[in-house]
Ligand binder design. Structure first.
Ligand code: ADP
Ligand code: ZN
Ligand code: ZN
Length: 682
């Protein structure tokens, strides 16, 4: 007796979205079971899937290949997990096989039966219910109110809490309440950055015990990932903390989903299946009847709008716990400063004052390296990258020119490669230069102990070595740094206690960006940065956030001064509404990469031409193909085409009908293409 089973196997990204393959099995297999199957000449891991909805011709089982065997000891993946994967593949226009298999730990596909059995034995099954440690702070009134609403209502909840208002305590207590109610309940907590997981993991483990909590993120080794995944899949791990990939973790008894800093762009995957982990978390919560909490001091405008419409239930926590008020915002008008000023005199004086008082300052500029361009003073030579349509950045530390797009690196030439002039000079500023100038300007400033000022820089360059970031953070926490200079990396999440001044040196570029989301991101960044200051009540009264700008009258800074996110959101949403942009419209991008820009655009144009008669086409605006803002990277030309619709279902129907058309288009010189649904950067 053999039967036919449908199995999802790893398939190329765009092979028929949602398709499974048929195999023959001697044993009955439950949907969700993990199996080994032959695929071509390979042996791969697959997942038994539900039979396709449409009736199909009954294949004579004799012609089907047989499965090789189940992965012993692993219970099947739950129906809700399969539904999540089905939905993600369909919504984001990728093959089911790609989404399903990339959601599983890589090692699952590599281990043989005895290796897997050994791994499974190491996971301790869950014993009596997990008890939260009794040592926890009494709730503030705002926290208690938020938790009461979470207990009483279905959600999803938008926890709109100021930086330092104690959102994490709300997550901990919400998890505690659910784990108390249900001895097998599980919670999923998403954070935007790998760097933030150890901190949060420590807090959850302190509360719930080390065994109950596992992390899942791409910084882990494959064995670590497999172990954590198995613990979650078997129900031994009660709380899974992770970055966006963790949204696909197998959690058979999921009761709570938290998305911390829900506005953070890193929740959107930027390659492969371009999913939004935030949006999938909300979908998954609804699917599984789990409560969903989205937390932020500066919610995405999409979530804020959902709150305004009543689709999300908003919970406000405006007050900081155990800290003083939010810092006073000082706007410096750079039009009135001496030409070429990097640090305006009042900002410099304020930093010097902090140093003298033994307090810390944090200064950021969103550009690493010494200068973004090196230029010849005699001819028109610039440090262009020969592989990209971008300049190579001057790094003074090791005297190199480095392309931040393709990595192409060379020593700085002694003289202009074009005319031989020896006088080549940096244009513009990066974090290295900030550090150098500040050291010069504060050379005579003394700390309370009479020692000279200690300046440190933290950016992608200074933290490249494994462990370097942790070392730098520890130095700042230990008070061994007086001024921390860096990119926006320094503004994220860290609970620095002695910082009383935060400064944005030159944030203006975002005000004039062609990306309509740039102001939203800038406002979130500045509010987040302001949240780093005055976290210790002892110093909070005097804490300040400085912004140097050539546009002091900009409405964004007005709202920032008042720490008034709702006013900023209302103004932005009104602009978006008038321009019919998200969240009032839905977008998708078709991106193409090719040997030449002509081919990339020709592919997009052919795709547009073929789309006119598709389902939903009447409700979808198809724009003209355009080169991407950085049009060439590593000798590959890139172009994109924007689609917009007032209706999400119409856009979805259109994309589904378009998919086979796109797969059928062949063009010489085309390297690859991809659809990006709900793109974050246009
Ligand atoms: P957020 O995530 O909202 O920025 P945190 O959760 O990091 O804020 O909380 C800020 C600080 O307040 C932390 O040091 C935290 O331990 C403390 N805290 C939170 N809730 C309470 C409370 N109810 N009582 C005392 N301290 C609290
Ligand atoms: Zn020259
Ligand atoms: Zn390059």
């Amino acid at each position: 007796m053999s039967e036919k089973v449908h199995i999802v196997v790893p398939t190329p990204a765009h092979s028929a979205v949602g398709a499974s393959l048929s195999y023959r099995s001697e044993l009955p297999l439950a949907p969700g079971a993990l199996v080994r199957v032959p695929l071509g000449r390979r042996e791969v891991c697959g997942v038994v899937w539900d039979a396709p909805a449409a009736a199909e011709p009954a294949d004579p089982p004799a012609q089907l290949r047989s499965i090789l065997g189940p992965l012993e000891g692993l219970p099947p993946l739950a129906a809700a997990w399969r539904q999540l994967v089905d939905f993600a593949a369909g919504y984001y226009q990728r093959s089911l096989g790609e989404v399903a298999l990339s959601a599983l730990p890589p090692q699952l596909r590599e281990l043989d039966a005895s290796q897997l059995a050994r791994r499974l034995k190491r996971v301790r099954p869950h014993g009596e219910p997990v008890a939260a440690s009794p040592e926890r702070p009494p709730l503030t009134g705002e926290q208690a109110q938020a938790l009461a609403a979470i207990a009483a209502q279905p959600g999803p909840f938008l926890l709109f809490g100021a930086t330092g208002s104690g959102k994490t305590e709300v997550y901990l207590r919400a998890a505690e309440a659910l784990l108390e109610q249900d001895a097998e309940a599980q919670a999923l907590v998403l954070v935007p950055e790998i760097n933030l997981t150890p901190q949060l993991q420590a807090r959850f483990q302190e509360r719930f015990g080390a065994d109950a909590v596992v992390a899942l993120h791409s910084g882990m080794t494959n064995p670590q990932r497999l172990r954590a995944w198995i613990a979650a899949h078997l129900g031994a791990a009660r709380i899974v903390l992770g970055t966006r990939m963790a949204v696909f973790a197998s959690l058979p008894r999921l009761r709570l989903v938290v998305v911390d800093e829900e506005h953070d762009p890193s929740y959107k995957q930027q390659e492969g299946a371009r999913y939004s982990a935030r949006d999938l978390a909300v979908y998954r919560g609804r699917l599984e009847g789990a409560k969903v909490i989205l937390g932020s001091a500066t919610p995405s405008l999409e979530s804020w709008q959902a709150g305004e419409r009543g689709r999300y239930r908003r919970l406000d926590m405006p007050t900081r716990v155990g800290a003083g008020p939010l810092p006073a915002v000082r706007i410096v008008d750079m039009n009135h400063q001496p030409r070429g000023t990097l640090f305006s005199p009042p900002l410099l004086a304020a930093i010097a004052q902090r140093v003298a008082r033994g307090e810390q300052s944090l200064v950021f500029l969103n550009r690493r390296g010494y200068a973004p361009v090196l230029a010849c003073t005699a001819c028109d030579w610039r440090s262009e990258c020969s592989h990209c349509s971008a300049y190579r950045v001057f790094h003074k530390v090791d005297r190199t020119l480095r392309c931040h797009h393709c990595g192409f690196t060379e020593r700085v030439p002694r003289a202009c490669p074009k005319c031989g002039n020896v006088d080549i000079a940096p244009l513009g500023r990066g974090t290295e230069q900030l550090e150098e100038q500040l050291a010069g300007l504060l050379a005579d400033t003394r700390r309370p102990d009479g020692e000279p000022v200690r300046i440190a820089r933290m950016d992608a360059d200074s933290t490249r070595r494994k462990g370097a970031l942790e070392e730098q953070l520890a130095q700042v926490h230990a008070g061994e740094v007086d001024v921390l200079v860096g990119t926006q990396m320094v503004t994220k999440g860290h609970d620095f206690r002695r910082i009383t001044l935060v400064a944005a040196v030159n944030p203006d570029a975002a005000l004039f960006s062609s990306d309509f989301r740039a102001p939203e991101r800038l406002f979130a960044l500045l509010m987040q940065a302001a949240g780093r200051a005055g976290r210790d009540a002892q110093h909070a009264a005097a804490s300040e956030m400085w912004v140097q700008t050539w546009n002091p009258q900009h409405a964004l800074f007005g709202a920032l001064k008042r720490h008034d996110y709702p006013a900023f959101a209302a103004q932005q949403l009104e602009e978006r509404r008038q321009a019919a942009m998200p969240p009032f419209a839905y977008q998708a991008l078709l991106r193409a990469e090719a040997r030449t820009q002509e081919v990339a655009q020709a592919f997009l144009q052919a795709a547009a031409d073929a789309s006119a008669s598709l389902e939903g086409a009447g409700h979808v605006v198809v724009y003209a193909p355009v080169p991407m803002s950085v049009q060439r990277v590593a000798n590959v030309e890139r172009a994109q085409l924007l689609l917009e619709s007032g209706s999400r279902p119409a856009l979805q129907a259109f994309l589904a009908a378009w998919q086979p058309v796109l797969q059928g288009l062949r063009m010489k010189g085309l390297i690859r293409w991809a659809v990006d649904v709900d793109p974050l950067a246009i």
